[in-house]
Design a protein around this ligand. Structure first.
Ligand code: AMP
Length: 214
């Protein structure tokens, strides 16, 4: 199963991607996580990506396209993969199609987790991320066992710079301009699956699985 998760930042596509990854036993590949790991490790890619991410802008296509194409060639992707946060532009979608057809593969479904902007701004203000492992939580919807402490690695939870309200508004603008056209792109290909992202987490997963089993 080769899946793409679409949807605005904060729509919950990462949460759904993790659940689908467990269910289908295929890797969850988040380009945002890859960039954050590079920032933490202070790699050249991380330094370049950070300046864009902190402003709520997309990292340039050329920094992400080859990185994903290489990742999809790794052994753990033989049964499939879930791409979360990629593609985010038409250029990226096109390059993904080319990389996949070179591997004799294709996208089975592009899942759009749909949430209105107002809900996203409210949600993101409550999001907290671990400074070490990057796991995300929510003050209301996905609380850690101990307030302010990561369940996975026990490090501190913080509001990420790119989740601050002003950055979120910028990210939503960028989403509507550059990423939303992908909804039409995958609709035309007959692979779009749209789900209501305002429902609770398990209900959304059930809705996605129902579509995928059709
Ligand atoms: P995410 O965790 O997916 O919301 O990604 C966080 C940030 O990483 C985004 O706001 C972008 O700056 C950058 N990013 C992640 N994936 C991509 C991508 N496919 N293309 C460009 N920038 C990306």
């Amino acid at each position: 199963m080769n899946l793409i998760m679409l949807g605005a930042p904060g729509a919950g596509k990462g949460t759904q991607a993790k659940r689908l990854s467990d269910k289908y036993e295929i890797p969850h590949i988040s380009t945002g996580d890859i960039f954050r790991a590079n920032i933490k490790a202070q790699t050249e890619l991380g330094v370049k990506a950070k300046s864009y991410m902190d402003q709520g802008l997309l990292v340039p296509d050329e920094l992400v396209v080859d990185l994903v194409a290489d990742r999809l060639k790794q052994d753990d992707c033989v049964k499939g993969f879930i791409l979360d946060g990629f593609p985010r532009t038409l250029v990226q979608a096109d390059s993904l199609d080319k990389a996949l057809s070179a591997m004799d593969a294709k996208i089975d479904a592009a899942v759009d987790v749909d949430v209105p902007d107002e809900d996203i701004i409210k949600r993101m203000a409550g999001r907290r991320a671990c400074i070490s492992c990057g796991s995300t939580y929510h003050l209301q919807y996905l609380k850690p066992a101990v307030e302010g402490v990561c369940d996975r690695c026990s490090d501190k939870l913080v509001l990420r710079v790119d989740d601050e309200p002003e950055t979120v508004k910028k990210r939503l603008l960028v989403y509507h301009e550059q990423t939303q056209p992908l909804i039409e792109y995958y609709t035309k290909k007959g692979s779009l699956v749209k789900v209501d992202g305002t429902l609770d987490i398990p209900t959304i997963t059930i809705a996605i699985l129902k579509h995928l089993s059709k």
